[in-house]
Design a protein around this ligand. Structure first.
Ligand code: C5P
Length: 234
């Protein structure tokens, strides 16, 4: 299965994003994640422009609404020709099935579709005290992953620490896309369930998603290549 390092381009303007991507002109072109910040500020054209530069794109908009609304929104997104997009598994199996239907083009092709299990910023205490979910965070993630598989999705977003148990429950070909990546010596920021690129590879992630350790690094290209070395061994 394909493995790669996805760089989260969490910038709020086209200018900042393109200045950042220009740094990679002479090196490996990163798989790019476009999240809410950039998409909401620049609109769909930014997706087309980054695609045109030859980057693969994970459009991380984490849809979560009633099935019909998600289906129609996914239909719009399918025309953007991204490589991967996502929903919240908490939206239920019906919502995920609707998302898949909306995303599938008339010729049967579609981007990869994955579901967020629990955000990597969520802790067991917050789940219990604020969301009234008493199951363990691990059981919740495995159940949400099984729901996603039942709906026909390609994989889930989870912490790298949970990639192994997701694979065990859903099979090796079910993808684990894992944010919450930090170098051994970098700040956790608001992330809680984190590990290093090397460890993520050992546990079984298919794609790691790295934001601030690359975007805020003094030398982003060096930081990106360090992730590739740790995760892809290249
Ligand atoms: O800067 P950092 O490496 O923490 O960025 C992680 C990225 O992954 C952010 O863009 C965040 O929105 C995204 N993400 C996450 N946890 C999830 C799903 C997506 O951190 N469960």
């Amino acid at each position: 299965m394909a493995k790669d390092v996805i760089v989260a381009c969490d910038f709020s303007s086209r200018e900042a994003t393109m200045t950042f991507l220009d740094k990679f002109a002479a090196t490996r072109k990163p798989f790019v994640k476009i999240g809410m910040e950039l998409f909401y500020s620049e609109g769909p054209q930014i997706v087309r422009d980054i695609k045109e530069r030859g980057h693969k794109i994970f459009l991380d908009l984490k849809l979560h609404d009633i099935p019909n609304t998600v289906k129609k929104a996914m239909k719009v997104l399918s025309s953007l020709d991204v490589d991967m997009c996502n929903v919240h598994a908490a939206g239920t199996i019906d919502m995920m099935k609707a998302a898949l239907e909306g995303l599938t083009r008339p010729d049967g092709t579609r981007p990869l579709l994955i579901a967020v299990t629990q955000l990597t910023s969520t802790s067991q205490d917050r789940m219990r005290d604020e969301l009234l979910i008493n199951a363990s965070i691990q059981d919740t993630i495995v159940k949400y992953a099984l729901n996603s598989k039942e709906a026909g999705l390609d994989g889930v977003v989870c912490s790298p620490l949970e990639a192994g148990m997701v694979k065990q429950a859903c099979g090796q070909s079910f993808m684990a896309v894992t944010p919450g990546i930090r170098f051994a010596d970098s700040a956790a920021d608001d992330q809680v369930r984190i590990t290093t690129p090397e460890k993520a590879r050992e546990i079984g992630s298919d794609y790691i998603v790295v934001g601030r350790p690359v975007t805020a690094a003094q030398d982003p290209v060096e930081a990106y290549l360090k992730c590739c070395k740790g995760f892809l061994n290249i």
